[in-house]
Design a protein. Sequence first.
Length: 358
Amino acid sequence: MQSEHSSSSYASSSRGSRRLRRWLVAAALASSHPFGVASAESDRPTYLGDHTLNGHTFVSPILLPSAFVTTHFGIRQGVQIVRVPRVIAGDGVTVSGLQQAFDFGGHLGDAIGFYATGGGDVTIGTDAPSLIFIESSFSVNAEAGLVLRLARLDSGTQISLRAGAGAGTGRGVDVQGLLGAVFSDNERSVNQVLNGKGAAYVFKPQSSTTFAASLLAAQSLSSNFGLQASVEGRRNSATESPLDPATGTRVDNTSKETELSAGVAFSADGAPSGVPVGVVLEYKLDASRTDGGDGWDDPKHVVALGLYYTGRRSLQLGVGGITLLGLKPLPAVDENFNPTKSGKPSAYAGQFIIRYVW
């Protein structure tokens, strides 16, 4: 019975860690050109006023999609770290990762455009317990869709709608799967591992799909201050295919979830006053529900702070930090391998951002 409790606790801890890493995923996209309602920028060349409202030039947020439709290209390089104290017999686990992402977009008309994002993610444990019990992984993903500007008003308000879909693929480094094959009673599996064919047990194929829709808004408060907001819904599907040591075949395990989020970003820019430095403070609330689960998971509170050079309105150059607030302990086991709770987890990420807007 203790072994069953231990296995269940490890699996729950691994799922919890993967959820934490998912919240550290950053987004940034889109901006637009006046249509329908005349604006103070209507005498400018086509698209020149896309991400400026009443003198305030908006920077694409880290956590939220932007309300604008722009022709742009951006690159983001990031690092992340998740720590969970007292997970296994009093020992904590630490998982770190690297992220490389890009985003670009363009106009299909005065009020409609496209966006695309993509990137890669590598996460790995930094100590023995983390390597064994918390799954490391490497993956690539992409998403694309359309952005439609619904309104742009002289009051400095813009409202847009965005919809898209994406997919991803990768491999999980399943050390527990390898250990299970070694200590199983299946002679074929043991011989495969001993003969150097253990990679099939270690590398577990993973794939995912997502469909997303967002309602976005931006409001200029003055030439120095602005506000952006987003409400988004996602439908996610993830499949893992571990190798069953008993049969020698891969078994697909698919989970589906609904994710809802809402966020806001407050920006302050000193460029209109001769100081080319901008700050963006962001907050995002995430909630998800897995099909067949017990209801909605505890909501995640994510905060980000970005510092940008704003001396050129076509260039977005900066650094940003991300953290999660109010994380709750995860399932764990004590020194006797009895079920217990871990210490309070912590999760942090940082990004370097460069984006050019034509």
